[in-house]
Design a protein around this ligand. Structure first.
Ligand SMILES: Cc1cc2nc3c(=O)[nH]c(=O)nc-3n(C[C@H](O)[C@H](O)[C@H](O)COP(=O)(O)O)c2cc1C
Length: 171
């Protein structure tokens, strides 16, 4: 497989599609940041930072996140698990870092309430979707997790933004 990239003079130059080129190219797509949360069978909270969130369908209301097969959180999803998608506000970069860092202590000093199925609803976020697992599809080294939205809420405010592997804010 190959790819084209524009040189400074604007000519297209063919390059092999190396993983780093693929990653850097996809990083030019600006996203928000979410923390996806779930409770395990004993009610323990789990969460991880995710920017692969996308809305999929209005009727029924479906959303999608793509989770790396290596991520420990996948073990806590069953066929009918509930999970929450917490969309971070511009002041919550620390939560994105905390929930992509060491698993131990991810919920330390984090205010949250249990939502549907016990999935943690983080305090102070910009928006929240509570979902029930609809389908899970293997896709390469990831799993596409489709959720049917059961509850949605949002606040006024601005999102935390991720672009070119850096955090930012809307101007
Ligand atoms: C900004 C950002 C976005 C991320 N988005 C995703 C994502 O969409 N899917 C994914 O599997 N991992 C994503 N990650 C990486 C996971 O957060 C990280 O691998 C995970 O928290 C590791 O958890 P584990 O140790 O419980 O397996 C992202 C990390 C960051 C910093």
């Amino acid at each position: 497989m190959s790819s084209a990239i524009s040189t400074p003079r604007g000519e297209a130059e063919d390059l092999p599609l190396e993983p780093s080129l693929f990653r850097r190219t996809c990083a030019r797509f600006a996203t928000g940041i979410t923390v996806v949360t779930v409770a395990d069978e004993s009610g323990q909270p789990h969460g991880m930072t995710v920017n692969s969130f996308s809305s999929v369908s209005l009727d029924p209301p479906l959303v999608l996140v793509s989770i790396d097969l290596r991520n420990a959180i996948l073990a806590h999803f069953t066929e009918d698990s509930c999970f929450a998608i917490n969309i971070l506000a511009e002041t919550q970069e620390h939560l994105s870092r905390q929930f992509s860092g060491p698993v131990r202590g991810r919920f330390q000093d984090v205010a949250w309430n249990p939502g549907l199925g016990g999935a943690p609803l983080l305090a102070g976020v910009l928006a929240q979707l509570q979902c029930r697992v609809d389908k899970q599809f293997p896709a390469g080294d990831h799993v596409l997790l489709i959720g049917e939205v059961q509850h949605a809420r949002y606040c006024e405010g601005k999102p935390l933004v991720y672009f070119n592997s850096k955090y930012g804010q809307l101007g």
